[in-house]
Design a protein around this ligand. Structure first.
Ligand SMILES: [Zn+2]
Length: 97
């Protein structure tokens, strides 16, 4: 039977795509934003706290290169960032073992 939940989740998936794109080659975006949030460990990081791989920011806390510019997170509920983290950074079966 049809579920309205799928429709409700759809706008969030648009966030996911924008975040994923913004998490790489994002030096200019992050400099403009002044910092970002690590989508893996959800640490808030100022621009001068970030490590860099070429023009892609890397989290100094967990080493993951998936930093979302803070400007893309304005007004976004915590649940959405958590869902993104689970979607991109949960390594499947390893979580349960
Ligand atoms: Zn991190």
């Amino acid at each position: 039977m049809p579920t309205s939940n799928e429709n409700l989740l759809h706008p969030m998936s648009e966030h996911f795509l924008a975040w994923h794109i913004a998490a790489t080659h994002n030096k200019t975006r992050l400099e403009q934003a002044g910092g970002g949030v690590c989508s893996a460990c959800k640490t808030h990081l100022d621009i001068d706290e970030l490590d860099w791989i070429d023009d892609t920011a890397q989290c100094p806390e967990c080493g993951v290169d998936c930093i979302i510019p803070i400007t893309l997170l304005v007004g976004v509920p915590e649940e959405a960032l958590e869902a993104f983290r689970v979607h991109w950074h949960t390594p499947g079966d390893e979580l349960l073992s």
